[in-house]
Design a protein around this ligand. Structure first.
Ligand code: UN1
Length: 521
């Protein structure tokens, strides 16, 4: 847990310092099993600083052949790793957490440099990695199944959880380090080897993480292959990974479209998938709410990370009695948002990831207007440093039924709408195809309880008097409907990374058949 607020001190941190501290250079290769990086595709990927458009580095991507080499090592390493007692694996993950603590400042700065979130959020992301390592260390001593009552005399039943194999992790640009850690920290204590295909928009974050972790595995005398990375195209590496029968579990974070493809392929080979896809997260703001709290949460939820979290607040469903006051206050906050360099401590909102994201932002606003929406604030593309990747956070008044409101745009666009009766608010709330995160602001016990009841929010995450984004690692993270149904991170999500075995043990010597069946010659 972070013990104090993450104050940014990164103004003085230069790209050169970040690169030096994290073992990065201008030209690198995209495949690793933990030793020297390699690749032979001659197909180069550019890592681009979204703030300036500057090319940060060129990475030779992993080829299909490189993938095979990586997989071979991962499978071998799994056999060694699964034989180690889980608490010993936990000790290695504890050291990974320590190594991340050492590099927190620099890794957090790299996240800002390559992805564009502001430094306090970059640091927060690394903190999430540290927290999940701590969580996994405890877990390594408590991975457990129940003992069950047998119907047969002198018999005992129990469940065991065994390591699964090589786990494939596909992550998105918006959480370029934390989501990988949620998966790997758990998978490692569960006894699995991990192969990571990071987003092609944030390869440096992946290289830096791998450098940190590989050092720890090496120091512990462990074989290469427990932590693997393949930076490469979806059409080569991604397809190989999801089709690979030697990968029993794929954990993927990204768009619903991507998830549908992965779900179909992995399902087709009867593999296991954890899918964490799009959200369309709303806050209901009741007339019985503390509006100051609601304002802070809506503001962070919608503007934080420039609206590029899966959990970003995309809709506000506001009681008609407080609607005008609330929206006015929100606009006043929006006007004060400092937009600029994410590494400048005064900045509250950095750039979008690339110009494609800006095009999505512009298209969504255009569509919203055509579909009856009224622009209340924002709507403009800004170019503080030349690159057309900055936008104004935007508020649009619109009907929930408008097609644009029904789909997720990964940008800081907030749709606001009114309600009169709480039941109507709940209906509007659930009337979207996605189901990740949700919140209600109310001081009414009845409204709060209704919201988290079976009659209320249909999302995987439902909060009272806190916002939709910024979930803690201790809870299971994920959502329903088009969000994909997967759960990662805390609670009992670890079960997805292991295989369950039911055991029945006869300690009485006599054979008894279940269900009273008699079978004697
Ligand atoms: C994501 O956007 O994919 O709850 C993950 C949050 C973060 C994780 C978001 N802890 O906003």
């Amino acid at each position: 847990m972070a013990t104090k607020a993450q104050k940014s001190s990164a103004k003085t941190v230069s790209k050169a310092q970040i690169f030096r501290a994290l073992g990065l250079s201008a030209r690198m290769k995209g495949a690793s099993t933990g030793g020297a990086w390699f690749a032979d595709s001659k197909d180069f990927l550019e890592s681009v600083n979204p703030t300036t458009g500057e090319v940060l580095a060129r990475i030779e991507q992993a080829s299909a052949k490189d993938y095979d080499k990586v997989m071979k090592e991962a499978k071998k390493a799994f056999l060694v790793w699964r034989s180690m007692p889980a608490p010993r694996r936990g000790e290695v993950v504890r050291q990974v957490g320590e190594a991340l603590r050492q590099k927190k400042e620099m890794l957090g700065a790299l996240v800002s440099l390559e992805m564009g979130k502001i430094h306090t959020e970059g640091l927060g992301e690394v903190q999430e990695m540290i927290d999940i390592c701590d969580f996994a260390v405890g877990l390594s001593r408590t991975l457990s199944g129940p003992t069950l009552q047998s119907e047969r005399p002198k018999h005992r039943m129990m469940e065991q959880w065994h390591p699964l194999g090589v786990v494939g992790v596909i992550s998105a640009f918006n959480f370029p380090v934390a989501v990988w850690a949620w998966n790997t920290a758990l998978a490692w204590v569960c006894g699995d080897a991990c192969l990571w295909k990071p987003s092609s928009k944030t390869p440096l974050c992946a290289i830096a993480c791998q450098n940190i972790v590989a050092e720890v595995f090496k120091r512990n005398g462990l074989p290469e292959g427990l932590s693997c990375v393949t930076i490469g195209r979806g059409s080569t590496i991604g397809e190989k990974l999801v089709n690979d029968h030697d990968v029993p579990l794929i954990s993927a974070t990204g768009s619903t479209r991507m998830g549908q493809r992965i779900g179909a392929v992995v399902g087709g080979r009867l593999g296991r998938a954890i899918l964490e896809l799009g959200g369309n997260n709303a806050i209901i703001i009741s007339d019985k709410a503390d509006l100051t709290g609601a304002l802070a949460s809506a503001f962070f939820g919608a503007v934080g990370t420039a609206g590029q979290r899966c959990t970003s607040t995309r809709r506000l469903i506001i009681h008609e009695k407080v609607y005008d006051t609330f929206v006015k206050k929100l606009i006043a906050n929006y006007k004060r948002v400092n937009i600029g360099d994410p590494l400048d401590p005064k900045t509250l909102m950095g750039p979008l990831i690339d110009e494609g994201a800006v095009a999505d932002y512009e298209n969504a606003i255009k569509a919203a207007k055509e579909q009856g929406g009224k622009l209340l604030y924002g709507g403009k593309v800004l170019k503080p440093f030349g690159a057309a990747t900055f936008v104004q956070p935007t508020i649009i008044e619109i009907d929930n039924k408008a097609p644009i409101v029904q789909s997720e745009t990964f940008a800081p666009i907030l749709y606001v709408m009114k309600y009169r009766k709480f039941d109507q608010a709940l209906k509007l709330h659930n009337d979207v195809p996605q189901g990740l995160s949700s919140a209600v602001y109310t001081d009414s016990v009845n409204e709060g309880e209704a919201f988290i009841s079976f009659l209320g929010s249909d999302c995987g995450i439902a909060n009272i008097n806190i916002g939709t984004s910024g979930a803690e690692i201790g809870g299971a993270f994920g959502g329903e409907k088009e969000t994909g149904g997967g759960r990662e991170s805390g609670s009992d999500s670890w079960k997805m990374y292991m295989r369950r075995q039911t055991n029945t043990i006869n300690w009485g010597g006599e054979v008894h058949l279940a269900q009273g069946v008699e079978f004697k010659a």
